[in-house]
Design a protein around this ligand. Structure first.
Ligand SMILES: NC(=O)c1ccc[n+]([C@@H]2O[C@H](COP(=O)([O-])OP(=O)(O)OC[C@H]3O[C@@H](n4cnc5c(N)ncnc54)[C@H](O)[C@@H]3O)[C@@H](O)[C@H]2O)c1
Ligand SMILES: O=c1ccn([C@@H]2O[C@H](COP(=O)(O)OP(=O)(O)O[C@H]3O[C@H](CO)[C@H](O)[C@H](O)[C@H]3O)[C@@H](O)[C@H]2O)c(=O)[nH]1
Length: 332
């Protein structure tokens, strides 16, 4: 009765592995370490270095570790990079997920939880965004995730495997106990970058456009604490094990903050007035993305504990400081 966590050496997967271990589950992490770090895998989890698209490897580790469910975090995650290298993204996110799903079905795995994204909605006509809004991604990244969602939907009808695709909004923060955090070698996320600016890892931060149709002109996003998100995965697993029907669920808090509000919070919490420059809009950034987040609460009984921007920022800053002692250099 072990949970296979692909991508468990990365940011969100390492938090999910911790949440599973905290809930008394056995965990085996499969990660090719293309982005993740071996040290980020929680001590209580088994680790296999390899590719989630390696069918034979997955079959072997499922048998060796008595795996009964899969949480699939492994993937490539940078939206602008996916525009430049679309085929790489379709390979890593879609082709490898197909191989993993095939191995899961062939091995008789009954439950599958997939890391999807608000990026599947593209530029929605309105917010909050509900799960039944059309999937119209505007980047290869979003399309690569949407295709995997569709594969899982079809496979779950044909085979004895139920699934939940969790569509994350903007994931941020770090484990409150300091056991895990974001250590991307190619950080692009706002709170991570602002935390790096506040701790001196970066010289400054750029705001990508302040001429959006929002109250202060900067983009609004629904920032969700990574530990609340990890907990949603544990609840999704229980839901599937109890016979819950396959579904997609938004993961956010249902409220948003602008880029300027986030920067103010990071300056306030850190006490550092780091330099901020105005830059051009980043292509493909919708003005506002806020989750309609009732379904995950109603169906999973999810009750977030960290719905507080200052707390999210505090945990992100604490993690950034701790990385200095680990001597992990990952600034651009
Ligand atoms: N971070 C976000 O804000 C966000 C938002 C929406 C969705 N997601 C999704 O959540 C998942 C995890 O994202 P993250 O932020 O933790 O990213 P991350 O880069 O920190 O973690 C991804 C992990 O997957 C591993 N990996 C990549 N390709 C692999 C492969 N083929 N086989 C085995 N391991 C592989 C990497 O080494 C890394 O450890 C991704 O699928 C991402 O698309 C993330
Ligand atoms: O240095 C920076 C970094 C970001 N931003 C702005 O901050 C906002 C948030 O940007 P992030 O890069 O932190 O996050 P995104 O909203 O672009 O994307 C994230 O959230 C999406 C859903 O909302 C998807 O899940 C996607 O996978 C995930 O990367 C955007 O307006 C962006 O332009 C800046 O102004 N400066």
């Amino acid at each position: 009765m072990t949970v296979l966590v692909t991508g468990g050496a990365g940011y969100i997967g390492s938090h999910a592995a911790l949440a599973l271990l905290d809930a008394g589950r056995k965990v085996v992490v499969l990660d090719n370490l293309s982005q993740g770090h071996r040290w980020a895998v929680p001590a209580g989890a088994a680790f296999v270095e390899g590719d989630c698209g390696d069918y034979e490897l997955v079959r072997k580790l499922v048998a060796d570790h008595d795996v009964t469910a899969i949480m699939h975090f492994a993937g490539s995650i940078i939206v602008p990079e996916s525009v430049v290298y679309p085929l790489d993204y379709y390979y890593n996110n879609t082709v490898n997920s197909r191989a993993l799903a095939q191995a899961a079905v062939d091995a008789g795995i009954r439950h599958f939880i997939f890391s999807s994204t608000a990026g599947v909605y593209g530029e929605p006509a309105k917010t909050p965004i509900l799960e039944d809004f059309p999937s119209k991604p505007i980047s290869p990244y979003g399309t690569s995730k949407m295709m995997t969602e569709k594969m899982l939907a079809d496979a779950s009808v044909a085979h004895d495997m139920n699934y939940v695709a969790l569509r994350y909004f903007n994931v941020a923060g770090a484990d409150p106990k300091g056991r895990a955090g974001q250590t991307s070698r190619k950080a692009t996320h706002l709170i991570k970058i602002a935390s790096q600016a506040a701790t001196g890892v970066r010289s400054h931060l750029e705001i990508y456009g302040e001429d959006y149709e929002t109250p202060d002109g900067t983009c609004i996003r629904d920032y969700i604490h990574v530990s609340d998100l990890a907990n949603a995965h544990v609840l999704a697993l229980e839901y599937l094990e109890n016979g819950g029907e396959s579904d997609v669920m938004n993961c956010g808090y249902g409220r948003g903050f602008s880029v300027k509000e986030v920067i103010s919070a990071v300056k306030e919490v850190s006490g550092v007035d780091f330099p901020v420059k105005l830059a051009e809009r980043r292509p493909g950034d919708p003005a506002a993305l806020i989750a309609g987040a009732d379904r995950v609460r109603e169906k999973l009984g999810w009750e977030p504990k960290h719905d507080d921007l200052e707390m999210i920022v505090r945990h992100a800053l604490d993690w950034e400081e701790s990385l200095k002692t680990r001597q992990v250099v990952d600034a651009a």
